[in-house]
Write a protein that binds this ligand. Structure first.
Ligand code: AKG
Length: 396
């Protein structure tokens, strides 16, 4: 029986995207949208980093106390007492303490032995617990950490009072079978502890690794809206939510609100979404080739893994040289225009011979039909007439 939830880290990991800065008001608005979406946890920022992050968390925690935000609020912290005090004074629900545990991080960053690292981890977790909060420990660079030491780290964190340990694939080098094996082994070796996965997307495998981690027993997946984060980011919320619904039948967030949240974060982050982005991109439910459109018109499941309505979206298709008769007939029916089979063949031939037009708009199709049939086909709304006139003027 699979149990899984989402920790959204748009306000922490997401703001670590190069060039991204959220204002305090934007942080609060994003947190409200994430809570409405239904994420289990919101990692609201690392308050010791800057006064605006501190202020943002303060306002988010206030909304939590007023019942406006319902997700658990997580404050991020280094394994440093001062960071923990700052997060604790904000009265977050949980403090997430991270520490690099691979030999590489111990040597290059912390200049600490394994024994010293274990001491720091235990001391800082106990310190945070003494402030009356829940604690997650993040094993930074966990995926490149010697497995036996990772088990020791997890047990140390648990025994010091953490109820969750996050395994960070900090440089995104895991792949699915290895991820499943890692989480299965950890959940077997370390009882009475729940695991998160924090998967970076350097090899484009973050979503696949997150799914594999769920199969291995991870119960919280870290994600960001639009996949924001350091370098190329982490698991995109919209993709993992859709994949969890499709594969495990669990609705971890309200799927029909993903589009709104994606657009909100696109606007505030300034990172534009490519049209071919999964789930929320403009082309996610836009079909093109004649064979595809014919299939979709008969039964949308032929080329859609889930109906667009699930995500509050609609399906459509484009017309160009790839178009087939089925698509064209459907388009003209929707435009309320009657075209004979012979006329349709002529229109299609014209479309196929013009290989430079990327998108035929409705207005172009009406004009083509008039050319072929010699009839004025339909009274048009003023904006269509204007568009026609401007197209004609442009081409003259
Ligand atoms: C990473 O390793 O990439 C992190 O962001 C670790 C911090 C964390 O998940 O708490």
């Amino acid at each position: 029986m699979i149990k899984v939830g989402i920790l959204d880290s748009t306000l922490r990991e997401g703001e670590q995207t190069p060039g991204v800065i959220f204002t305090v008001d934007q942080r609060v608005e994003i947190a409200k949208a994430l809570s409405d979406l239904g994420v289990s946890m919101i990692e609201a920022g690392h308050p010791a980093v800057s006064p605006d992050i501190y202020e943002g968390i303060k306002r988010i925690v206030k909304l939590k106390k007023e019942g406006i935000i319902t997700s658990e609020i997580v404050g991020h912290s280094r394994a440093v007492k001062r960071d923990i005090e700052i997060a604790a004074e904000l009265e977050v629900d949980r403090i997430a303490i991270f520490y690099g545990v691979s030999d590489l991080h111990l040597k290059a960053k912390h200049k600490a032995t394994r024994e010293e690292a274990l001491r720091t981890i235990a001391e800082t977790i106990s310190y945070a617990k003494n402030h009356g909060v829940k604690v997650r420990f993040t094993a930074e660079d966990g995926s490149r950490t010697d497995f036996d030491f990772l088990v020791t780290v997890s047990k140390t964190a648990r025994d010091a009072g953490a109820d969750r340990v996050s395994i960070a694939d900090t440089v995104g080098i895991l792949y699915p079978s290895k991820t499943k094996e890692l989480f299965s082994a950890l959940t077997r070796e370390v009882p009475n502890l729940e695991f998160d996965i924090h998967a970076h997307n350097d090899l484009g495998l973050a979503v696949a690794n997150a799914l594999a981690a769920i199969e291995g027993g991870a119960t919280i997946i870290h994600a960001t809206v639009n996949g924001l984060g350091e370098r190329v980011g982490i698991v995109p919320l919209q993709q993992i939510a859709a994949a969890i619904k499709y594969h495990f039948g669990i609705e971890v967030v309200k799927l029909d609100k993903l589009q709104y949240v994606s657009s909100l974060v696109e606007k505030y982050s300034g990172i534009p979404m490519p049209p071919n982005y999964p789930i929320t991109g403009d082309y996610a439910f836009l079909h093109k080739a004649g064979v595809h459109v014919a299939g979709v018109l008969n039964d949308p499941r032929t080329y859609e893994f889930m109906p667009p309505e699930t995500f509050g979206r609609t399906r459509d298709y484009t017309i160009d040289k790839y178009t087939g008769k089925h698509a064209l007939r459907d388009k003209y029916e929707k435009l309320g225009v009657k075209i004979s089979d012979a006329e349709m063949d002529q229109i299609l031939a014209k479309i196929k011979s013009n290989t430079t037009i990327r998108f035929y708009r409705d207005v172009d199709l009406l004009e083509l039909a008039e050319e072929v049939t010699g009839r004025v086909l339909k009274p048009r709304p003023p904006e269509q007439i204007e568009a026609l006139i401007s197209v004609k003027c442009d081409s003259n």
